[in-house]
Ligand binder design. Structure first.
Ligand code: AGP
Length: 610
């Protein structure tokens, strides 16, 4: 996944492009570049570098670009071609009259490149992207939009493009298929960008470019067309969040800010979607009574979203009679799943742009499944693909490690289960009331835990020397163990594995010795005694146990080295609660180890490539 931004208007392009690019750095940060058409000149000035945007800024300080009011810039997460100067975007054609930035993958670039090389095109990089610049050069006969349209028809894969040319320095051409691209509509200026935060300093009016659409931007006009050349009139949306929403607001990291936003995120969701006992899910286009015809639910997702789906399975099967299968999207799409018109697929994705999840839902749709998605990014590719969308409205999540989006996904699944329970009568009205009452307590309980975060910080520091962590949980908190392990490994790079506690004796117990830490998710539930037995087995083998337990549980203190407590809560809702201490544990360990918490190595916020 990469970050793209383009500008055309009356202001100096370079500072606007760099400031906008900084808001996109979470999308990739292994190399960066910028290109501007100097005012009144017939050439395009480009600077690029390996490394982060801060490195590009250093290059520009030594070698500033000439003044100009139209340009493109890009921050990269390498797919084809190692991260270095020559593979950094933007990329030229042979004549250096066309400049392009790209997010996505061109699947047929090798065949296209071979043809272009045979036609004597000279390539400067190993990227798939550069092929597009040479194709545009070949297709150009005086109309940049037409040249890009012809070139795009030759491409296979997912791409969001920004194109400028010194032949026509009064326009930017934008293209979207399979990778996100928005248009920021300003006053006598317009932007293209991979995500909304990049343009919020200048405008909150955006067009979410559709897949298979392209646009021509001048300083005073935005025209949108289909790839077939038909003019379309897309809506201009007013973005609900402001630039502050994407700033750190005094927190050391976006991840810490987003952890602290969780009480408000859940509170807002419950206020918006719970009216007394009634659950309002506006994006649920399948009526609850039609759910009776649903014979199977597949939940498909990746990473943290997959863990949310695992929690959802326990919950939906507890409240309905529908069997639920949860699949990693990258596996689902290749395992030939049994799907028919009575199958419902629930896709979960914070970004709505994860390539494997998109591919999985396309597969499911092709086989006749109905599709509902739980998404955080309005207008994302997944949202457009779905019959119904349940937006979590958690606000932009910038930290690569997903936190508020995760708890919002779980909460949305709880609400979906409660909504469906009305059609299946597996729980009494009294029980539904109790669940809703307990759910409404969560934001306050989060705030209690956050008030005591110093305890978690101390325990994290004390245990940050361990070279390996095992996370154990049972039943609805087995996914909590998986999620805790993922949080820790992805930001601290410490090997960490989540496991069902009942499985420990079938292998992982061999890992236990005084050099390993075991995080046991052991709140007061019907399986608490089983967890205590596991903890005793670990202690008997000198393992170091950190327990997540319920406040007031004095017995667990006898067994665990360290105890992090959470307030008492309805058993089935505890995954929502234990997520917070697990996130903070991972965060404080990673910070203590000096890791780059918001931009962990090798990762990107949304994996838009397979
Ligand atoms: C979570 O902390 C990771 N960054 C990653 O596993 C993420 O959840 C996964 O890539 C799915 O992303 P999505 O929710 O945007 O589809």
């Amino acid at each position: 996944m990469c970050g793209i931004i383009g500008y055309i208007g009356n202001r100096e392009a370079q500072p606007l492009l760099i400031e906008g690019l900084k808001k996109l750095e979470y999308r990739g940060y292994d190399s960066a570049g910028i290109g501007v058409i100097p005012t009144g000149k017939q050439h395009i000035a480009v600077q690029k570098t390996e490394g982060k945007i801060i490195d590009l800024i250093s290059v520009l300080e030594k070698h500033p670009l000439a003044s100009g009011c139209i340009g493109l810039s890009h921050t990269r997460w390498a797919t084809h071609g190692v991260p270095n100067h020559r593979n950094a975007h933007p990329h030229f054609d042979c004549s250096k009259k066309f400049l392009i930035v790209h997010n996505g993958i061109i699947e047929n670039y090798e065949a296209l490149k071979a043809k272009l090389v045979a036609q004597k095109h000279v390539f400067r990089s190993d990227t798939d992207t550069e092929v597009i610049a040479h194709l545009i050069e070949d297709c150009y006969s005086g109309d940049l939009l037409e040249a890009v349209r012809k070139a795009v028809k030759l491409l296979r894969g997912a791409f969001a493009l920004g194109v400028i040319s010194s032949y026509q320095p009064d326009q930017i051409i934008a293209v979207r298929t399979g990778s996100p691209l928005i248009i920021g509509v300003g006053q006598h200026e317009n932007f293209i960008a991979s995500d909304v935060p990049a343009v919020l300093d200048s405008t909150n009016r955006v067009i979410y470019l559709e897949d298979g659409h392209m646009a021509r931007l001048t300083r005073d006009r935005v025209e949108v067309f289909s790839f077939e050349g038909e003019r379309v009139s897309p809506a201009v949306h007013k973005v609900a969040f402001n630039i502050e929403a994407v700033q750190k607001q005094g927190y050391a990291h976006f991840m810490l800010k987003e952890i602290h936003e969780q009480p408000d995120v859940i509170e807002r969701m419950l206020k918006f979607r719970l009216k007394g006992m009634a659950v309002g899910l506006d994006g649920l286009t399948i009526l609850p009574e039609h759910f009776k015809r649903v014979k199977h639910i597949y939940i498909v997702a990746c990473g943290t979203a997959y863990h949310a789906g695992l929690v959802g399975r326990y919950w939906i099967e507890a409240l309905t009679t529908i069997p639920v299968t949860v699949d990693m999207a990258s596996e689902f799409r290749y395992r030939n799943p049994i799907i028919d018109k009575n199958t419902l697929v629930i896709a979960i994705s914070q970004s709505g742009e994860t390539a494997d999840t998109l591919a999985a839902v396309k597969e499911a749709r092709a086989r006749g499944a109905k599709l509902i998605s739980i998404c955080n990014v309005v207008g994302s590719s997944l949202a457009r693909e779905s019959d119904g969308v349940l937006y979590t409205h958690a606000g932009p999540e910038i930290g690569v490690a997903s936190t508020k989006a995760y708890v919002a996904q779980i909460c949305m699944l709880y609400l979906l289960g409660l909504k469906l329970s009305q059609s299946f009568k597996k729980i009494s009205t009294k029980q539904r009331q109790q669940y809703i009452k307990e759910l409404k307590r969560v934001p306050g309980l989060y705030r209690d835990i956050l008030h005591r975060k110093k305890v978690i910080h101390r325990i994290a520091r004390k245990n940050s020397h361990f070279g390996c962590f095992l996370f154990l949980g049972r039943n609805i908190n087995f996914p909590s163990a998986l999620e805790g392990a993922l949080k820790l490994k992805e930001i601290s790079y410490i090997p960490a594995e989540g496991y069902p506690a009942g499985e420990m004796k079938h292998g992982p117990i061999a890992l236990i010795d005084e050099y390993r830490a075991v995080i046991c998710v052991a709140p007061q539930t019907s399986l608490y005694e089983k967890m205590i037995s596991n903890i005793q087995e670990i202690r008997a083998r000198k393992g170091k146990v950190i327990a997540i337990a319920t406040e007031g549980d004095l017995s667990i203190k006898k067994h665990a080295h360290d105890v992090i407590t959470v307030p008492p809560l309805e058993e089935n809702l505890t995954p929502l609660l234990v997520a917070l201490p697990l996130q903070l544990l991972a965060y404080y360990i990673a910070v203590h180890l000096g890791c780059n918490v918001d931009q962990p190595r090798n990762l990107a916020k949304s994996v838009t490539v397979e």
